[in-house]
Write a protein that binds this ligand. Structure first.
Ligand code: ADP
Length: 160
């Protein structure tokens, strides 16, 4: 079964990769879909985010990295999928994720959102915290792939 894992991935972290690997084991095929959202202030361009994802996922089978804009449910239908994967960390994720899952269900009742609980070691991890640490010159090498680590150093090299 093919499933969609949507997100901003600005940038991809080891928490995302953990969810992708586990979803691939359960469902067989994962489309990692990067949301093109011009109103959101992102550090990395869409092209950079896709490239960093492709690099981080190159050793995992049956993964496609794609982009989408507009309604997730329309994109999901266009890919012939009826499962959306989301990761759940602390309680704070729950409210937003539940609202989104129910909104998507109201648009198409055949599409189910499936939640995977974060692995404990990544429960605190988000793209935002990684950017914050990296922006002050902190070491994020345990939290992201080596390409993302290098890309973050490059982005922040003039801001210290
Ligand atoms: P969005 O902007 O849509 O929240 P993100 O790229 O931040 O996109 O996250 C995509 C998905 O991955 C979301 O479901 C989010 O809850 C989940 N996620 C992010 N970080 C982690 C993590 N450390 N562990 C588990 N799930 C995570």
């Amino acid at each position: 079964m093919k499933v969609i894992y949507p997100g901003s991935f600005d940038p991809v972290t080891k928490g995302h990769i953990d969810i992708i690997k586990r979803a691939q084991k359960i469902f067989g095929e994962v489309i990692v879909a990067v949301l093109v959202n011009n109103s959101k202030n992102s550090l990395f361009t869409i092209e950079e985010r896709v490239e960093l994802l492709q690099d981080a996922l190159k050793d995992i089978e049956n993964i496609e990295v794609d982009t989408f804009s507009g309604l997730l449910i329309n994109y999901t239908e266009s890919k012939g999928c009826n499962r959306i994967i989301r990761g759940l960390r602390a309680i704070s994720d729950y409210e937003v994720e539940l609202q989104m899952a129910l909104a998507n269900r109201s648009l198409n009742g055949n599409v189910e959102t499936v939640f995977l609980a974060s692995s404990p070691e990544f429960n605190f991890l988000s793209s935002s915290i990684v950017k914050e640490i990296a922006s002050f010159g902190g070491d994020v090498s345990d939290l992201v792939s080596s390409s993302v680590n290098e890309a973050l150093k490059e982005k922040y090299k003039n801001i210290k």
